[in-house]
Design a protein around this ligand. Structure first.
Ligand SMILES: Cc1cc2nc3c(=O)[nH]c(=O)nc-3n(C[C@H](O)[C@H](O)[C@H](O)COP(=O)(O)OP(=O)(O)OC[C@H]3O[C@@H](n4cnc5c(N)ncnc54)[C@H](O)[C@@H]3O)c2cc1C
Length: 433
């Protein structure tokens, strides 16, 4: 298809969608920014009302603008000076204010270039998008910035199972002394424990995940990136892992991870499917806990809960969850060793993180059925070209359909955090304008 792209429909108004709209406006292109809720710019990450939820990236790296690395820190100095330390970890709600201020600032400077629409996108057609209430929005191109899908439910059980802990009010029923079971031991679990403690909860938590790994914390000071050695970048995966261990022992694991950060997307792009599959199956849990780290003060809070015996972590698999209005029972199989007694508690929180099922998604499902898109072989998401254009079933890139942000993981692997997304925004803008 040829012709100018004058009007872009952006599906999802979290950080990715809002900052893409701002960039497009600055480049003279109109967009319609569509979000389920009127809180444009926030998404799950930055809509938390709890000041104890801190960024997991230092402020100095959280600029929304790829070409102005100090943009967020300058904004903090002017608008939230109590958080101006560039090496500190500001509250996520403050970052949300920053994103909203940037969007509003661009709207004021480029009136009429961004149209905000509150609604649920239910389908994508050739000439734009359809909303669930029947409205149709004409556009020359569509960018999907829908973020991570809602969490999978731990079970169909009602009652004592809190299957979407992000849902507003989800933690309200948990009493101050109630014991809880948690499935999933990653960043969602940490957020939920912080929220619970913040509201005075003093109960105990028992958390289960397949490997029982907890997210690691940042050091007090930024870690200088170690130079990735040739042995880390080439050869079979097992040899590279051995080199990673050696490098970690030599220079520190945080330094090694920092060294990998700028080249991760390239390494992923170069990797064949067999290597990617091994990474996803075996390395991913280790990668995630070392790559997406906690602010040091939050790491200390989790350590304190462990030391007090208020948090215990086990590794194993869920066999069954049975719940009623009074409590929950979790049958599980330990990763190693003999069978163990079922776990019981008043509540179970599903902290397993987002469920990824592009086939079941009302927006991407029909694209897959119609052959306008195809899944990557590992089923991580839609297959994309290097600019983020969706590949059709025949392998041709659709010049008018893009994916940006976490759902672009199949193509870029690390496309979750702000420093990665802001770079990708520039690529999409370049391809669109
Ligand atoms: C709890 C949490 C903490 C995080 N902390 C950090 C951090 O400290 N630093 C960092 O760099 N990154 C962090 N991240 C990573 C985060 O993914 C990115 O920073 C960023 O928020 C991603 O934004 P997004 O717009 O792509 O997705 P989202 O924020 O998920 O936004 C997607 C938006 O699209 C809307 N939407 C989805 N489908 C539709 C539809 N069909 N119709 C209409 N609207 C739709 C959703 O309602 C949502 O508003 C965190 C993530 C989470 C979940």
């Amino acid at each position: 298809m040829t012709g100018r792209i004058d009007r872009v429909a952006i599906v999802g108004g979290g950080f990715s969608g809002a900052m893409l709209a701002a960039r497009l406006a600055e480049r003279g292109t109109n967009s319609i920014l569509i979000n389920r809720t009127p809180d444009f710019g926030l998404g799950v990450a930055y809509s938390t009302p709890f000041a104890g939820h801190l960024l997991n990236v230092r402020s100095a790296r959280m600029s929304a603008l790829a070409d102005r690395p100090d943009h967020f820190v300058r904004w903090l100095e002017a608008n939230a000076p109590e958080h101006e330390d560039p090496e500190g970890f500001a509250p996520r709600m403050i970052f949300g204010r920053y994103v909203q201020a940037r969007l509003a600032g661009v709207e004021a400077a480029h009136p009429g270039r961004i149209e905000r629409v509150v609604g649920e996108v239910a389908g994508i057609g050739a000439g734009g998008v359809a909303l669930s209430d029947g409205r149709r929005i004409a556009a020359d191109a569509v960018v999907l910035t829908t973020g991570n899908p809602a969490p999978r439910t731990a079970s169909g059980e009602a009652g004592a199972v809190i299957s979407d802990p992000w849902a507003p009010g989800a933690l309200d029923p948990v009493g101050a002394e109630d014991d809880i079971l948690i499935v999933g031991t990653g960043l969602t679990m940490v957020d939920m424990l912080l929220s619970l403690e913040g509201r005075g909860w003093r109960g105990r938590a028992m958390a289960l995940s397949r490997r029982g790994l907890l997210p690691r914390a940042h050091g007090e000071l930024p870690d200088p990136p170690a130079r990735a050695s040739p042995a880390l970048l080439n050869g079979p995966l097992s040899a590279r892992l051995a080199e990673a261990r050696k490098m970690s022992a030599r220079s520190g694991w945080r330094e090694m991870m920092e060294g990998l950060r700028p080249i991760t997307a390239d390494l992923w792009a170069e990797a064949d499917i067999a290597t990617r599959s091994r990474i996803v199956r075996h390395l991913r849990p280790w990668w995630d806990v070392h790559r997406h780290r906690l602010a040091p003060q939050i790491g200390a809070q989790i350590d304190r809960m462990l030391a007090e015996g208020r948090l215990a972590v086990v590794s194993g698999r869920v066999k069954a969850i049975t719940a009623d209005a009074d409590g929950v029972r979790l049958d599980w199989r330990p990763r190693q060793g003999p069978a163990r007694e079922p776990l019981t508690a008043r509540w179970l929180l599903d902290c397993t993180g987002p469920g990824h099922a592009p086939e079941a998604d009302p927006v991407t499902g029909p694209l897959l059925i119609d052959g306008r898109a195809r899944l990557d072989p590992l089923r991580l998401g839609l297959e994309l070209d290097a600019s983020g254009r969706v590949l059709a079933a025949d392998g041709d890139a659709d010049p008018r359909l893009f994916v940006l942000g976490p759902p672009a993981r199949a193509a870029f692997w690390e496309t979750i955090a702000v420093p990665d997304i802001r770079k990708r925004i520039e690529d999409v803008v370049l391809a669109l304008v």
